[in-house]
Design a protein around this ligand. Structure first.
Ligand code: ATP
Ligand code: ZN
Length: 284
């Protein structure tokens, strides 16, 4: 049995639960569950916690792995490592100043005070840049600090930047990019490692499927050599004869990023009735 720590409710929880569901793991949702819940069809127990407690919980062995924002993982600096990047809950950590602040470079922060809930990440950044600023640690609503005269600048999570703007702030330094990650201890027993490997295998299949589409079209047989050149597919496209003489159905997998460019080329070959459908799982 593997124990996974996740955020009980917040910006990570919905996507975390969706990920487990896509992996075929049914477990009670954090919003209704108590502290822990056992998955029905996978050797997994889920602990619902505040995200700030997850790195420590994993480091202490209360949970074997955890899903947490990279920002929290870096801030807490516990003896745990990144097992897998998950690509959701993306945000950045930035320094922002009041919009009338005439900011030219990081040197302008010398002697200033910066409010943050991430003192460790900020301290490392200031040291790296050789800036001597005072760190003012507050636990929430960091963005209001300059407005009430508590600090000259803020260091916080930014995703769209709209919170900053509505508080009269402008983003001046981006110090790191963050996404949800799975963290774990470096040493784990073989039985648990096997469960982690199975989980990662499923996550990879889901993520791969998300980046690809299944494409089908009808084409005159003489166009097939040209279509095959345009469609790489996993190995090679599948070609099935249609009931109309001289026509075939051509089917393949295409990366979403290449999709629009290739669709135009496909149409020029004489392909028609092009259908594109999402994939759910994709295994190597
Ligand atoms: P908790 O109550 O668990 O302590 P919290 O209030 O500290 O929650 P949330 O606001 O739920 O934390 O954010 C959790 C994580 O989601 C952040 O640490 C960050 O990695 C990511 N995150 C934060 N803001 C955003 C956003 N606007 N968009 C996407 N991801 C975000
Ligand atoms: Zn938190």
């Amino acid at each position: 049995m593997l124990t996974l720590a996740v955020q009980k409710s917040g910006r990570l929880s919905e996507k975390t639960m969706k990920l487990l569901e896509d992996c075929g793991i049914s477990v009670q949702n954090g919003a209704t569950a108590k502290l822990q819940a056992r998955a029905e069809n996978f050797p997994l127990q889920v602990l619902y916690l505040r995200d700030d407690d997850i790195p420590e919980c994993v480091a202490d062995g209360i949970a074997d792995i955890g899903i947490v924002g990279e920002n929290v993982f870096l801030e807490k600096a516990r003896k745990v490592s990144i097992i897998k990047r998950l690509g959701f809950s993306r945000c950045r950590m930035s320094i922002a100043v009041p919009k009338e602040f005439d900011y030219k470079s990081v040197r302008d922060l010398d002697g200033k005070s910066i409010a943050t809930s991430y003192p460790n990440i900020l301290k490392a950044f200031l040291q790296r840049e050789n800036v001597k600023a005072e760190i003012h640690e507050i636990s929430g609503s960091v963005e209001i600090a300059p407005g009430i005269g508590l600090a000259d600048a803020v260091f916080d999570i930014v995703s769209t930047g709209s919170t900053l703007i509505s508080n009269g702030l402008k983003e001046v330094e981006i110090t790191l990019q963050s996404e949800a990650i799975i963290i774990g201890k470096d040493t784990i027993n073989a039985e648990k490692q096997e469960i982690i490997d199975e989980l990662i295998f499923r996550i990879k299949a889901i993520n791969r499927a998300k980046k690809n589409k299944y494409i089908m079209m009808n084409a005159p047989n003489e166009a097939i050599p040209e279509i095959v050149k345009i469609l790489p597919g996993i190995k090679a496209p599948t070609i099935v004869p249609l009931s109309i003489e001289g026509w075939s159905s051509v089917q393949s997998v295409i990366e979403e990023s290449e999709f629009w460019e290739r669709i135009q080329k496909l149409k020029m070959t004489g392909a028609e009735g092009i259908i594109v459908v999402p994939l759910e799982k994709m295994i190597d």
